[in-house]
Write a protein that binds this ligand. Structure first.
Ligand SMILES: O=C1O[C@H](COP(=O)(O)O)[C@@H](O)[C@H](O)[C@H]1O
Length: 264
């Protein structure tokens, strides 16, 4: 199975979210049929949450045995339980509270009111990853990792020109002085993100066009963290027309309504 990057363009944000939701539901049903479980990593941000809402709204939502789905997060804003800015709160409202997940399979990052500081919260998540680690690994086997991308090219909470993007030892980072609020965050590191079998970046809007163009042109990860993303089997960029404005024509998947028939 070769690793490859593809850019799949959809006309607008709504179509984009609906299409990714449909693809996700099909893939998760297939994964559970084959492996008896599926492990996904969620992201926050505009499209990350829009996709979860589209999954919730899909008539195919209940075709998934949600009790067999393991849920992790790629990053979190270090805020109290229930804070509306927490990626977890938004994911729960958009989807997780509406499907019969097994709570033991849902792995949020620690909340800032849990009685531990940011470093301890990073260490706790690293420990939780290790407890569920795949063989010869420091983290679970991730089937699908969702990522969004900021206008500056950040992914998860790995920001440009910060040392975090080059971290190779730790699995989880305590992020301070984030250029995007809130200042304190938690993030998986790039090697952990890239351990995922499939990475699905979902990116929309004119303000993302320059960073997406640079990502696909092979910019350095210091300048554009998204350029370092590479899933083990597939790296798919699901984008809308506005975000695709600076993507070279030859990188765009010719099937506008790509069926993903050969998706691994
Ligand atoms: O703060 C965050 O931002 C990014 C991108 O968000 P977007 O709203 O520009 O799409 C997101 O991927 C990340 O999970 C989140 O914590």
């Amino acid at each position: 199975m070769s690793n490859e990057r593809r850019v799949i363009v959809h006309p607008d944000k709504e179509t984009l979210a609906g299409s990714v939701a449909a693809r996700f539901l099909t893939k998760v049903v297939d994964l559970i049929a084959e492996f008896d479980e599926a492990t996904v990593v969620l992201t926050g941000g505009s499209m990350g949450i829009a996709v979860l809402a589209a999954i919730n709204a899909s008539p195919a939502r209940d075709s998934v045995d949600w009790s067999r789905v393991n849920v992790w997060w790629g990053d979190e804003r270090f805020l109290p339980e229930g804070d509306p800015e927490r990626n977890e709160t938004q994911a729960r409202e958009a989807l997780l509270d509406h499907v019969p997940l097994d709570p033991a399979r849902v792995h949020p990052f620690a909340r800032s009111d849990a009685g531990i500081d940011l470093d301890a919260a990073a260490a706790a998540y690293a420990e939780e990853l290790a407890e569920h680690a795949a063989r010869d690994s420091r983290q679970p086997h991730f089937d699908i990792t969702f990522l969004g991308m900021g206008p500056d090219g950040h992914i998860a909470s790995l920001f440009p020109e910060r040392s975090g993007i080059r971290e190779r030892e730790a699995t989880v980072l305590a992020v301070r002085n984030s250029p995007k609020p809130p200042p304190e965050r938690l993030s998986l590191t790039l090697p952990v993100i890239n351990s995922s079998a499939r990475i699905w970046l979902v990116v929309a809007g004119q303000d993302k066009a320059a960073a997406l163009g640079l990502t696909l042109a092979g910019a350095s990860i210091n300048e554009v963290p998204a350029a370092g993303v590479e899933g083990r089997r597939r790296t798919l960029f699901f984008v809308d027309g506005e975000a695709a404005a600076e993507v070279p024509e030859n990188l765009i998947d010719p099937g506008q309504f790509w069926t993903g028939a050969d998706e691994g």
